[in-house]
Design a protein around this ligand. Structure first.
Ligand code: ASP
Length: 326
């Protein structure tokens, strides 16, 4: 009888423990690693998400900027963090999908070392030049690039960043030769484009939105396959001269592998609640973000997406002839 009681107690504890953990989480502040400098698109997107999700979780989310090497330094730090749900990575297609084909000695595996938590709404990219630039259209830009191969400078946030990969894909499809200028984040890269030190940048819609209409920048084209609702008058790159061109940035929240499912589920639930709020949807729209292809997003869907993007970028990078960095 005593043995039976003991067994029942153990069974009850096994059932109750994960529930208790789920209810306890989060019991202290959470860190989200952002692998680019403060003030860029990843940083501002992460801060906006963190602000809303932390209210759902009842705990603060601290943004830790760990820039360098196109996001791979921050991703390495996240892969090695304690998998307890209190350190997560804001990941994008560069360092979570393209990096394995771009870096010969990558110190993390985006599939093996991470669990997916949820995917953020997608963000299109926009080709921008300085407000005083001589280029008024994509055609102007292309003509100049063709007339003087290698002269135009395109700023980007490091090898494997979204801005770098989009520019590389663009140059490949347009058959032009442009010079990439690497920075530690999109914020500084954009500042230099506005200051005239670089000719152009493919930046993310969420940083562009705040500047549209100012005389500091001039958008030439958007990279999504069709015009986004936020930029109805701006031609797509495909419409403006490079048929079939398409590039979007996707983001996801990742946890180091081994993170308790209870923490992942709780974070995902907080995200779902935030997305259901019309005021939050409105602020996403104002930031240029596009709704998710699928609103039911448990972490496995993000992991599946990551795996298919790794294959896609592997073939893009090979075709573009981009050499892996050591
Ligand atoms: N995510 C941007 C890029 O890859 C950089 C940034 O967020 O600062 O180009």
């Amino acid at each position: 009888m005593k043995k039976k009681l003991l067994t029942l107690t153990i069974v009850a504890e096994c059932i109750l423990l994960p529930i208790a953990q789920a209810e306890d989480y989060p019991s202290k502040p959470i860190t989200w690693i952002v692998p680019f400098a403060a003030g860029g698109p990843t940083d501002s997107l992460a801060r906006m998400m963190a602000d809303r999700i932390s209210r759902e979780l009842g705990q603060s989310i601290v943004i830790e900027n760990t820039p360098g090497a196109g996001g791979t330094i921050g991703a390495t730090r996240a892969a090695r963090a304690k998998p307890d749900g209190y350190t997560m990575l804001v990941g994008h297609f560069g360092y979570m999908a393209a990096a394995p084909s771009l870096y010969a000695n990558l110190r993390y595996d985006p599939v093996k070392n991470f669990n997916g938590v949820f995917r953020f709404p997608d963000t299109p990219m926009v080709l921008l030049v300085n407000g005083q630039s001589p280029y008024n259209s994509l055609q102007d830009f292309l003509s100049s690039a063709r007339a003087e191969p290698g002269r135009l400078n395109v700023a980007h946030a490091g090898v494997g960043s979204a801005s770098h990969l989009t520019a590389a894909l663009f140059a490949q499809k347009a058959g032009i030769d442009i010079q990439g200028v690497p920075y530690r984040g999109g914020g500084q890269a954009l500042t230099d484009v506005m200051g005239g030190q670089a000719d152009a940048i493919f930046d993310q819609a969420n940083t562009v939105m705040a500047l549209v209409g100012s005389d500091k920048i001039r958008p030439l084209a958007q990279t999504s396959p069709t015009r986004s609702k936020q930029f109805p008058d701006l031609p797509t790159v495909a419409e403006a001269g490079i048929p079939g061109f398409e590039a979007q940035t996707w983001y996801g929240l990742y946890a180091p592998s081994g993170t308790p499912q209870s923490a992942i589920r709780r974070s995902f639930k907080a995200y779902q609640n935030a997305l259901a709020d019309p005021a939050f949807q409105e602020s996403l729209f104002k930031q240029g973000l596009q709704s998710l292809p699928d609103q039911e997003y448990p972490g496995e869907a993000l992991e599946k997406h990551t795996r298919s993007e790794i294959e896609k970028w592997n073939s893009v990078i090979r075709k573009a002839g981009i050499q892996p960095q050591s």
